[in-house]
Design a protein around this ligand. Structure first.
Ligand code: GLY
Length: 333
């Protein structure tokens, strides 16, 4: 094929795809977007920020901010922030003290992603309090992205992580009570589980993110949600922005949720509109009456946005010297 023809075919393909997506989401056609991520990573926003899902995000943001404010990078900030939530025994949806599955096992999912598009992830990991740090090791020290189950545990132990019992007295007692009925209802109550997704932007204007959870309480043994899946629970493109998700993982997985949010921002949508459109994609096809989804997102200018299906979702934002909770607008009023 001649060079001329190749270029022509490339234009048809690019134009066609761009038109299709633009038509669907109503994106403004005149907006151009960075085609080469490596050449478009300079941010006008140099103050740094940390944003994370739910109230536990306040403490996570504080830890992340400790890294950022002392000149540290976004990936260290994301990991350090997520570790705070993982170590909090009172949180029943993340790390130690997380609600177990139907077999009484606490199984953890986590991922991490950096400014260069590197990613690491663990899922169905048992007995390790800090899955986000194991995910970081997968990213930094293996040629892989995901390790699961026994393989993830073996890797963690090889890297010096200690195995421990992740059930607390409280979650053990809750589980015993749950066994009285063993009611497994796949329809999730709103606010049933509160994954932490954390996005960090350092003082170079570079992004990273982390997402970590014990997943849906009393889930089937072996169930994996969206949180460890790159493009579902978390996605970072340093040229465009980053997004993370909380809520019923199955709904996020089926729509490649955070990848979608970032791609919509790439086309020129604000973080808020991108989160809203991603929620609408779920609502278009799924009966959302009994589950919650919340997205948060940041673009390269440091603008933040969020949207959820039901009321009640909020996020913590550390920006401009304040670390505060923000209520989120929702599809259902
Ligand atoms: N979003 C967390 C989960 O569904 O496991």
């Amino acid at each position: 094929m001649s060079q001329k023809r190749r270029t022509f075919m490339g234009q048809i393909l690019t134009g066609g795809i761009g038109l299709g997506i633009g038509y669907f989401v109503g994106a403004k056609k005149e907006k151009s977007y960075p085609k080469d991520s490596k050449k478009n990573t300079v941010s006008p926003y140099k103050e740094g920020l940390a944003i994370s899902t739910w109230y536990h995000g306040i403490a996570a943001n504080n830890a992340a901010w400790g890294v950022i404010s002392s000149g540290g990078n976004a990936i260290d900030a994301a990991e350090q922030g997520a570790r705070i939530t993982e170590a909090d025994v009172t949180g029943k949806s993340v790390g130690i003290g997380g609600t177990p599955d139907r077999e009484g096992k606490v199984t953890l999912d986590a991922c991490i992603m950096d400014k260069n598009g590197n990613a690491g992830s663990v899922s169905f990991l048992q007995g390790i309090k800090h899955p986000v740090s194991v995910a970081r090791k997968v990213m930094d020290e293996t040629p892989h992205v995901m390790l699961v189950g026994k393989g993830a545990l073996q890797f963690a132990k090889e890297k010096g992580f200690e195995e421990e019992d992740l059930l607390t007295a409280e979650t053990r007692a809750d589980y015993k009570k749950w066994l009285d009925t063993s009611k497994y209802d796949p329809i999730i109550n709103i606010e049933n589980h509160d994954t932490i997704g954390l996005i960090t932007m350092d003082k170079n204007g570079d992004f990273s993110g982390a997402c970590t959870t014990s997943g849906l309480g009393y889930k089937m043994h072996g169930r994996v949600g969206d949180s460890p899946v790159i493009g579902a629970g978390l996605f970072v493109d340093n040229a465009v922005g980053a997004a993370t998700a909380t809520g019923l993982g199955e709904a996020v997985l089926k729509t490649c949720g955070t990848f979608l949010v970032v791609e919509l921002m790439r086309q020129g949508m604000t973080p808020n509109d991108a989160c809203k459109e991603a929620v609408n994609r779920i609502a278009d096809k799924q009966n959302y009456e009994n589950f919650q989804i919340g997205y948060i997102a940041v673009n390269k200018a440091g603008d933040v946005g969020a949207y959820s299906i039901h009321p009640g979702f909020d996020y913590a934002l550390h920006k401009n010297g304040k670390n505060e909770m923000h209520k989120v607008d929702s599809l259902v009023k």
